[in-house]
Design a protein around this ligand. Structure first.
Ligand code: GDP
Ligand code: IMO
Ligand code: MG
Length: 434
């Protein structure tokens, strides 16, 4: 079985958690490669609802190993809260989770720095999740970050922490945004938290590569989505990590030569949380209808998600950036009662058709979507598990998405539960799972 990357092809919340949980049955290890507790993946298993933020969704399968790779930023307090909640729901996390010693540590001060940059007059607000993710990655790239390995070495940690925090306080005072925080108490608290995560920490690049050599297979789990990727997304309205497929290698230490396939997850429509351009946003009652039917409210912040129509040019772009072998189309059931379903098939700007996704936000904001309107199917697909059962218009809709994106639709999700899923026999995706 090949090692496979699975990631979001839009602006996040595509339903990756459900799909990773489902597909992890076929893999030995599930490895997260970027982001932090800005992610929120909701997984329903029977009566139980789990919201995963830092822990890979594969943890919900007994016996499967889960890895938090070096590409993540980890707030140990948030991680341990999540682990405790999972353990009290009966999930064995401590014996199955491995945390990279090279991942970076996120501290409360990062949230303070984020409030500063998001709140400053004259600064474009990104509409972040306020978890301190950006400032933590800033420290990483500036080579002053504190890593899990450092946190576990008491003397090294104390010296690094005091020096980094002194710098932060100076900056916060200069901008007059300093909020009194007890830095020494936080240092002590994080030293205590470190002892709880210590047994799970190791060199996960070795762990993963040894597993591959031993014939085990890995599912790489992306958080956020390609349009939130720091390089390929709608910069600056992005997150601060490499959500796209390339991030799986840098974020885990597994080489591109070991990757056998890449799967993109997309909603049957599209959503976005936070600021930034969104060409197919439905600002009318139709958008509200999608939001209500799809329950489009953020799992982390509870914010209403902005909703709109499937954007094929966007998908064509994320398909080339990631090299998608196959697409999973989720939440098809949300469109069940729409008379007509618009699909964006191209972009026009100032009277000209665009061949490529504009790099600049100012140009992206001027883009007018060119729509083709498809007939809805006006009947329930909720929970369907066989492609043949889908109404003809739903099949036509999916075929249209395939033609317009150039990628096969190998899997369709028709509800939040594991069994509310169709994997198309004979598809590339089906072959990647065998
Ligand atoms: P993620 O961040 O990509 O894992 O996605 P989220 O968990 O933030 O958001 C997806 C939401 O849609 C979750 O509440 C899922 O339970 C739900 N969901 C996933 N697939 C389907 C589906 O096919 N139909 C419906 N109705 N809900 C779904
Ligand atoms: P999952 O993994 C949707 C968005 C935020 C904001 C931008 C930057 O559940 O798909 P950040 O806090 O990361 O600096 O915020 O990115 N964002 C997400 N949107 N799903 C997510 O994760 C997101 N994680 C961050 O709303 O626009
Ligand atoms: Mg989410």
């Amino acid at each position: 079985m090949p090692n496979v990357i699975i990631l979001g092809s839009q602006w996040g919340d595509e339903g990756k958690g459900k799909i990773v949980d489902l597909f992890s049955e076929h893999f030995d290890i599930v490895a997260r490669y970027q982001g932090g507790h800005n992610a929120g993946h909701t997984v329903f298993i029977g009566e139980n609802r789990f919201v995963l933020k830092l822990v890979p969704s594969g943890i919900l399968r007994p016996g499967k190993k889960a890895v938090i790779g070096n590409g993540l930023v980890i707030d140990p307090a948030a991680l341990l809260t999540e682990i405790d909640a999972l353990e009290s729901a009966g999930v064995d996390v401590k014996n199955n989770l491995h945390i990279s010693n090279r991942a970076h540590v996120l501290f409360p001060v990062h949230r303070m720095m984020e409030r500063m940059s998001e709140g400053r007059a004259g600064r474009v607000s990104i509409g972040t999740t306020s978890r301190g993710i950006g400032p933590c990655y800033e420290d990483k790239i500036a080579r002053r970050g504190i890593r899990i390995a450092d946190l576990l070495d008491c003397a090294v940690f104390r010296a690094q922490y005091d020096s980094v925090m002194e710098e932060k306080v100076t900056i916060a005072r200069a901008f007059d945004i300093y909020e009194p925080i007890d830095l020494a108490a936080i240092r002590d608290q994080y030293e205590t938290l470190a002892q709880r995560i210590r047994p799970m920490v190791c060199d996960t690049a070795w762990l993963l590569n040894d597993a591959i050599r031993a014939g085990k297979c890995i599912l790489f789990e992306g958080a956020q989505g390609t349009m939130l990727d720091i390089d390929h997304g709608t910069y600056p309205f992005v997150t601060s990590s490499s959500a796209s497929a390339g991030g799986a290698c840098t974020g885990t230490g597994v080489a591109p030569t070991r990757i056998g396939g890449v799967i993109g997850v997309s909603k049957a429509y599209i959503t976005r949380v936070g600021g930034g351009p969104f060409p197919t946003e439905a600002l009318d009652s139709q958008g509200e209808r999608i939001r209500q039917r799809g329950n489009e409210f953020g799992a982390v912040t509870g914010r209403p998600r902005r909703c709109g129509w499937f954007d094929a040019p966007l998908l064509r772009y994320t398909a080339i950036v990631n090299g998608f072998d196959s697409l999973v189309v989720t939440k098809l059931d949300v469109l069940d009662d729409f008379e007509k379903i618009p699909v964006c098939v191209g972009y026009r700007s100032e009277g000209r058709e665009l061949r490529q996704m504009p790099a600049m936000v100012s140009e992206m904001e001027k883009v007018e979507p060119i729509y083709e309107c498809l007939d809805g199917w006006k009947s329930s697909t909720f929970g369907m598990a066989s492609y043949d059962d889908l109404p003809a218009n739903a099949k036509d809709y999916l075929a249209f998405l395939e033609t317009r994106t150039g990628v096969e639709v190998g899997c369709i999700s028709t509800g939040p539960e594991r069994n509310q899923t169709i994997v198309r026999p004979g598809s590339k995706l089906d072959r990647l799972l065998r």
